[in-house]
Design a protein around this ligand. Structure first.
Ligand code: MN
Length: 571
């Protein structure tokens, strides 16, 4: 194996990138020296295969380096300290993130899947950690046949329930398709074989047919002087065909889009011109024209789909999209990312549509002006006020920060809450006012004689637990505990004094932080007596000190900000 297998996939690697990647390659090779995969091959093929996948989609160097190193602590002979020393904080952070996620194991309890996904995101802290995990998982799935049989199904199910939806939400269609089909094969082997047979059945002489379709459409486009970049056809991924087949009473003749012809154009205008040309040749099937360019899908997917009565009346789907849309459909968030890094001109001068889920996830506002801002936006902080705690069986319970075992007990079942006599966290006894931490395993001890008491109201933090305790006290003991008066959160005014460098875009960056927190600024002054280091004074209202602190923390991260001083103004 040679590091060039990775390097040759990178389009714009600098000398420094090459050095870093080569160093990591040698480091990992040594760390995994005497280890083997289940297949009997050297363990080292695994990180290299994953790194190749991410080089292919032009991930940044820290990500590729971290991918090469992702198993050296867990499975190899290296320590986190060594990684930090040799490769720096950023790489060490990414490797640590991947290791942490490795401890999250899916036990196959349907109702907790969504929590597990959230937990995954909250633990990852950086989208790149998830992307590394996707490449890691893809190679593991590609080599799953070597893994002992009793483990295969669990891994495949976990892939289907956790990794596939994450890839989908990140808009990474290519990973999604690959992972989905690999997992499909192991989770539902019979259905997999059946679907495969349906598609490759004798009725589909598709190669020959598709060649004819492509010739015909190319001719028409040429006649009308419509330029395209590429035309190709593909068989839909098996799992999505299977899901459709189930909806259509397992009747393959009712599924039109097992094959699709894909046409890639230079710009949006040409997409519509191509659509026109197709409809001039063949009649569209009513109700099957979908304009995802005008109305993108939730994960940002853009394309025009149309299904027509094609040659010999055969029903065939066409997908039309620009190069950029294609890149995005395949690699999702990564293409945004690679895009910002390369600083290319935005398509048609317009700001590209963001992936709505991602933007929601990260409160990611507007366009990303600089690389640093973009990198910051990769930090996941939506779930920062939530923690995810395991039951001993591996279920995941979603709780607010500062939740206690009492909250945990009530969110399992009110009966468990009412008879809670104690708790163990990671196998050690804890008191009932213990503050649970993300990723801990909590076990509730119950006793028939234990009953809720008034004191529990102080221990509980979730309103659900409090209400249950209150209603128990009322019903069983006839004690009415008055609710504490609703904490009327008064709006307070805060003043920030921000010392910052005098750079272009500074104000815009600061304002976008307030905007993303949905805070309206009351007053903004710039004191420029010190030309190089102006002081920006911002006065704004907000409900809590915590929010003000969060805003301050964000401002401190803005490039060129030297200090932020916070003051609560007396009304
Ligand atoms: Mn791995």
């Amino acid at each position: 194996m040679d590091v060039n297998e990775i390097l040759e996939k990178l389009n714009n690697a600098t000398k420094k990138d090459v050095e870093q990647i080569t160093k990591a390659f040698e480091f990992a090779k040594k760390a995994h020296k005497d280890q083997k995969r289940y297949s009997g091959e050297s363990y080292f093929i695994h990180p290299v295969a994953a790194a190749k996948m991410l080089a292919e989609i032009q991930m940044d160097t820290p990500t590729i380096v971290a991918t090469l190193l992702h198993d050296v602590c867990e499975d190899g002979h290296a320590t986190p300290e060594q990684i930090k020393k040799e490769f720096g904080e950023e790489v060490a952070f990414l490797v640590e993130g991947v290791t942490k996620l490795g401890t999250v194991k899916y036990q196959g309890v349907e109702r907790h899947v969504e929590n597990l996904r959230k937990m995954f995101l909250s633990m990852a802290e950086d989208i790149r950690v998830i992307i590394i995990k996707l490449a890691d998982r893809t190679h593991n799935m590609q080599t799953l046949k070597y893994v002992p049989e009793h483990k295969r199904k669990r891994i495949a199910l976990e892939t289907l329930d956790i990794y596939v939806p994450l890839a989908d939400r990140l808009g990474m269609g290519k990973f999604k398709g690959i992972l989905e089909d690999l997992a499909f094969k192991y989770t539902y082997p019979e259905e997999y074989e059946w679907t495969k047979k349906q598609i490759t059945g004798a009725s589909y002489k598709k190669e020959e047919y598709l060649t004819k379709v492509k010739e015909k459409i190319s001719e028409e486009l040429e006649k009308n002087k419509i330029n395209i970049t590429n035309i190709d056809s593909r068989v839909k991924n098996l799992y999505s065909v299977y899901k459709k087949l189930i909806r259509k009473d397992r009747d393959i003749s009712r599924i039109y889009d097992t094959i699709a012809v894909r046409i890639i154009t230079k710009n949006i205008e040409d997409c519509y011109a191509v659509l026109g040309a197709i409809h001039r040749l063949w009649k569209p099937v009513p109700g099957k024209i979908k304009d995802y360019i005008a109305l993108p899908k939730l994960n940002g997917y853009q394309s025009i789909h149309t299904t027509v009565f094609c040659i010999d009346g055969k029903i065939t789907e066409f997908q039309i999209r620009t190069e950029t849309m294609h890149e995005e459909a395949e690699n999702g968030i990564v293409s945004h990312w690679a895009y910002a890094m390369s600083g290319k001109q935005k398509e048609g001068g317009k700001v590209k549509k963001e992936l709505s889920w991602v933007s929601e996830l990260r409160n990611w506002q507007k366009e990303h002006a600089g690389t640093q801002e973009f990198l910051d936006s990769l930090k996941i902080d939506v779930f920062k006020n939530r923690i995810f705690v395991f039951t001993p069986k591996g279920d995941v319970i979603d709780l607010p920060e500062s939740a206690t075992p009492i909250d945990f007990a009530y969110s399992i079942h009110s009966g468990v809450g009412d008879s809670c006599s104690g708790a163990k966290v990671n196998d050690k006894m804890v008191s009932l006012d213990y503050k649970l931490q993300n990723g801990e395993i909590c076990e509730i001890l119950t006793s028939k004689n234990k009953k809720p008491s008034r004191g529990w109201l102080q221990l509980a933090n979730t309103s659900y637990a409090k209400n249950r305790i209150r209603s128990y006290l009322k019903k069983e003991l006839g004690v009415e505990v008055p609710r504490a008066p609703k904490n009327l959160q008064k709006i307070k005014n805060f003043e920030f004094k921000i010392v910052a460098s005098n750079r272009i875009g500074m104000l815009k960056d600061l304002l976008s932080i307030f905007q993303s927190e949905k805070i309206n600024i009351i007053k903004l002054n710039t004191d420029s007596r010190n030309k190089k280091r102006p002081v920006i004074v911002i006065i704004f209202p907000t409900k809590s000190n915590t929010i003000a602190d969060q805003v301050a923390a964000k401002i401190r991260k803005v490039k060129g900000v030297k200090s932020v001083e916070k003051m609560l103004l007396k009304n």
